[in-house]
Design a protein around this ligand. Structure first.
Ligand code: CO
Length: 499
């Protein structure tokens, strides 16, 4: 494991991984644990790191000898890793979704997956079965007393935050209709107008798309209360996984893609495999005025966006009449075709994620874009206190090599203003997931003071480790072994212990 400081983009040509190590992380999570200590194998856990690291991701990838077609189709398994007085314990549980319960009992897949998983029996058995299995596997956030396991095509599942027992589908105090789509990417406004809020959305798409923007109180006695709610209609199909906020705007990027439902209806492909980049299509930014801002009540602004496909944004901010948004762009929508095995993918053939900065001029209705870094990245974050305002620092998961696609094996900190970077790498046998930044103090003059926590897959041990890094210089503070194996996962959040 190495730390390097660099300001250039020198290439490293030595292969940084072998695919078997990477693919060995794809296994079922076989055990559900309750408060089991993690073994410290290096360093010490900072005593002032107090709270719970909640993390979601696919935990069940195989049933009755059949594998999911894409890991994103795996059932949600939540890990709660609790930090107290230098000790760390884990509790983990599958979300008891309706589909998970039925499939556990049947010991086989009973539903098709969005990303191509089929029921046994070929196309005939799958044709015209358009039921959605809410797998609650994408993100986990705490709002008031409820822990919410999120999956964007349907409503959240509420869990008990300590035991992770599934309470059931949540309608958020009546805000959601049964089965209503609810994004897996809420943004937490740290209090731009004096009050913390959870800003999120749901999208109903077709030839026209309706976007519902919702803002919930995220502090005090009114936590979970719906404070603001608006619906806007836009032309065209929309695949919206994430968005960004500033004090005045909620900013979305409508990728230029088409959805052809025929192979899905005929049982040949999952719905997500029917998305294709639209040749000659024009991506758009949608800027929706927030109710607390100075454009409240106005119509959305629709502005041409750069080419490319975006799942995730880093952050956004405003300066006079300009809105800047930083996003991870892919050249194309990365799909796994029906005859491919996700564990055998050739990274070289898939597009890599490139961090870019788009500047949107809301007076001239134009946008321009430039590359921040060419190194393949995903799961980028700023200090959550800087959500919606200009941040100096960002942390993200990156490939070990400087250019081209590769698995995520390193954590990078970028100084977004001076364009310098610092890298911690776990190549060649380690693989990282989403890093979380935890501030040492809030409103501190030092934006980058705190820790990065991240789960890594150790290809040598064939197991999962928790790494704690100093967020200023990415030096290792501690390495801990988990008592369970957790596949490469999706998103998580940190809930501070304020007791
Ligand atoms: Co995401």
């Amino acid at each position: 494991m190495t730390v390097t400081e660099t300001t250039n983009t020198s290439k490293r040509s030595i292969p940084s991984f072998n695919r078997e190590d990477w693919a060995s992380a794809y296994c079922n999570v076989e055990k559900e644990l309750k408060d089991i200590p993690l073994k410290i194998i290096k360093g010490q856990v900072p005593k002032d790191l107090k709270g719970t690291f909640y993390r979601n991701g696919p935990g069940r990838l195989e049933r009755g000898g059949r594998w999911v077609h894409h890991p994103f189709d795996g059932d949600g398994m939540i890990a709660a890793i609790k930090f107290k007085n230098g000790n760390v314990k884990i509790t983990n549980k599958y979300v008891r979704t309706e589909g998970w319960i039925a499939e556990e009992k049947a010991k086989k897949f009973l539903y098709r997956g969005v990303f191509g998983t089929q029921k046994p029996g070929g196309a005939i058995a799958n044709a015209f079965d358009i039921r959605l299995k809410n797998i609650a596997n994408t993100h986990v956030v705490k709002l008031g007393n409820e822990l919410l396991a999120l999956w964007e095509a349907s409503s959240p599942y509420a869990l008990e935050p300590t035991t992770l027992e599934t309470i059931g589908i949540s309608n958020l105090n009546g805000a959601l209709k049964p089965g209503e789509a609810f994004s897996a990417h809420p943004r937490f406004d740290p209090g731009h107008y004096g009050q913390k809020r959870m800003v999120t959305f749901g999208v109903k798409t077709g030839p026209k798309s309706t976007l519902r923007l919702m803002e919930f109180s995220a502090e005090g006695n009114h936590t979970g209360k719906l404070l603001s709610d608006r619906k806007d209609q836009f032309n065209g199909f929309a695949f919206l996984h994430d968005f960004a906020i500033t004090p005045n705007w909620a900013i979305f990027m409508q990728n230029a893609i088409n959805f052809n439902p025929i192979p899905f209806l005929l049982g040949q492909k999952g719905a997500g495999q029917c998305l294709k980049s639209k040749k000659g299509g024009q991506a758009k930014f949608w800027l929706i005025p927030r109710d607390s801002g100075c454009y409240a009540g106005e119509a959305p602004r629709i502005i041409n966006a750069p080419d490319g496909f975006v799942f995730h944004h880093l952050n956004a901010w405003e300066e006079s009449k300009k809105v800047t948004i930083e996003s991870i762009f892919y050249q194309d929508f990365p799909s796994i075709e029906p005859d491919e095995d996700f564990r055998q993918i050739n990274f070289e053939l898939l597009p890599e994620g490139i961090l870019k900065r788009s500047c949107i001029d809301i007076e001239s209705n134009t946008s321009s874009v430039k590359i921040i870094s060419n190194q393949c990245c995903e799961f980028a974050t700023v200090n959550p206190d800087y959500e919606g305002i200009k941040a100096k620092y960002a942390w993200m998961a990156v490939s070990d090599k400087k250019e081209g696609n590769g698995p995520l094996q390193a954590i990078k900190k970028i100084d977004l203003i001076n364009n310098t970077e610092c890298i911690w790498s776990t190549a060649p046998r380690g693989f990282v997931s989403e890093p979380l930044f935890i501030a040492k103090k809030h409103n501190s003059a030092s934006e980058d003071q705190g820790w990065i926590i991240v789960l890594i897959w150790d290809g040598k041990r064939k197991g999962t480790n928790l790494i704690i890094l100093n967020s200023e210089n990415l030096t290792e503070e501690a390495i801990l072994e988990l008592p369970i194996k957790i596949p490469h996962g999706l998103h998580g959040s940190w809930v501070e212990d304020i007791s």
